[in-house]
Design a protein around this ligand. Structure first.
Ligand code: NDP
Length: 322
């Protein structure tokens, strides 16, 4: 098979398209022929060595495909089943493995590309609005990078819960996409705090969902109401420097949380709840999944370049080379 392998950390050019032996499923695992792989921002951090990992390394946790081999002791799945996952291993490849208890059955109504686009960013948006800060009709939320993969889904889930949503984007084209997802107000990064205050009659928003990090952190804190919550869930602009907890006091008894998806998929029940709500909403046409770009697997490096350079919108997928 073909796979992307990086021999060491570095820029996008370390992602080489090479021949590799197909992985063999161990006990409790499924092997699947990959239909599409989701590209996620975390893989750009991992590639650079920001999160240390053993190398040589094949990126990718999110993919969809058709089961083609079943490991010992697996029940509930068989060859030919359509699955997706946010927790697979080495999914920048033509075949990949997933533990059967982390495989998500794909409903008949969902095509495999949409199924690859949803698990990681969709379940992230889901836990952000249900668990990190449960949003409802009384909530006014600020979402950064509203035209991104997580952003477009997050805006829609917030609107479905009756919240009012302000979002930031960097270009007019992205502003149009964020409005299409339901954002009530689209702001630029240079004055989102002023806009958030204006939108709430000076009070400040209840919650900021911030996946941008370093460049937005101070403005996010300054946009919150007294006892508001900053959900810092990513660092697309770089990591936030250490924070003095006293700042939370002086800015209004604020709450700060730094969640991650793995802690919100703790067992089969939680995984089923989040995935069935997200897949179900997409299958019912209540959640629009924008696939902003598809790259052949061999061009994974270009996908990383475009994602890091803010040239992408919605979901970025890798598909097997023709
Ligand atoms: P996106 O599609 O949102 O891409 C990142 C976006 O961030 C860009 O398109 C850009 O939008 C914005 N951005 C702002 N400043 C910068 C910058 N300096 N460099 C690059 N991008 C910038 O990516 P994802 O949806 O995959 O991920 C969004 C964030 O969520 C990431 O930080 C990611 O790590 C995080 N994440 C966290 C998870 C968790 O559980 N904690 C799970 C999944 C994702 P614009 O041009 O409009 O500013």
């Amino acid at each position: 098979m073909h796979a992307i392998i990086a021999q060491h950390t570095g820029g996008p050019e370390v992602l080489e398209y090479t021949d590799a032996a197909p992985p063999q499923p161990g006990p409790g695992q499924l092997r699947f022929r990959v239909a599409a792989t989701g590209v996620n921002f975390i893989e750009t951090y991992q590639r650079q060595g920001i999160y240390p990992l053993p190398f040589p390394w094949t990126p990718g946790a999110e993919a969809s495909g058709v089961v083609d081999a079943v490991g010992e002791g697996v029940t509930g799945f068989s060859v030919g089943d359509r699955i997706a996952t946010a927790e697979g291993s080495s999914c920048y490849a033509e075949f990949a493995l997933v533990d059967a208890d982390q495989a998500l059955p794909v409903p008949d109504a969902l095509d495999l590309e949409t199924a690859a686009a949803l698990p990681l960013q969709g379940m992230t948006a889901h836990y952000l609005v249900t668990s990190s800060f449960p949003a409802g009709p009384d909530t006014t939320a600020l979402v950064h990078a509203g035209a991104g993969g997580v952003g477009l889904l997050l805006i829609q889930l917030l609107k479905a819960r009756g919240a009012r949503v302000i979002t930031t984007v960097s270009t007019p084209e992205k502003a149009e996409l964020a409005r299409g997802a339901g954002a009530d107000l689209v702001a630029g990064y240079e004055d989102f705090t002023r806009q958030a205050r204006g939108f709430t009659d000076g009070r400040g928003v209840d919650v900021v969902y911030d996946g941008v990090g370093r460049d937005t952190f101070d403005g996010s804190l300054a946009s919150l109401r007294v006892r508001g919550t900053l959900v810092l869930f990513g660092a697309a602009s770089g990591p936030v420097p250490p924070v003095d907890p006293q700042r939370l006091n002086s800015s209004g008894s604020l709450f700060l949380t730094r969640p991650t998806l793995g802690h919100h998929l703790l067992d089969a029940e939680e995984r089923r709840w989040r995935s069935s709500e997200v897949f179900g909403a997409a299958a019912a046409g209540e959640l629009t999944v924008r696939i902003g770009a598809r790259y052949p697997l061999s061009r994974a490096a270009d996908a990383h370049r475009d994602l890091a350079a803010r040239r992408t919108t919605g979901k970025v997928l890798l598909v097997p080379d023709a």
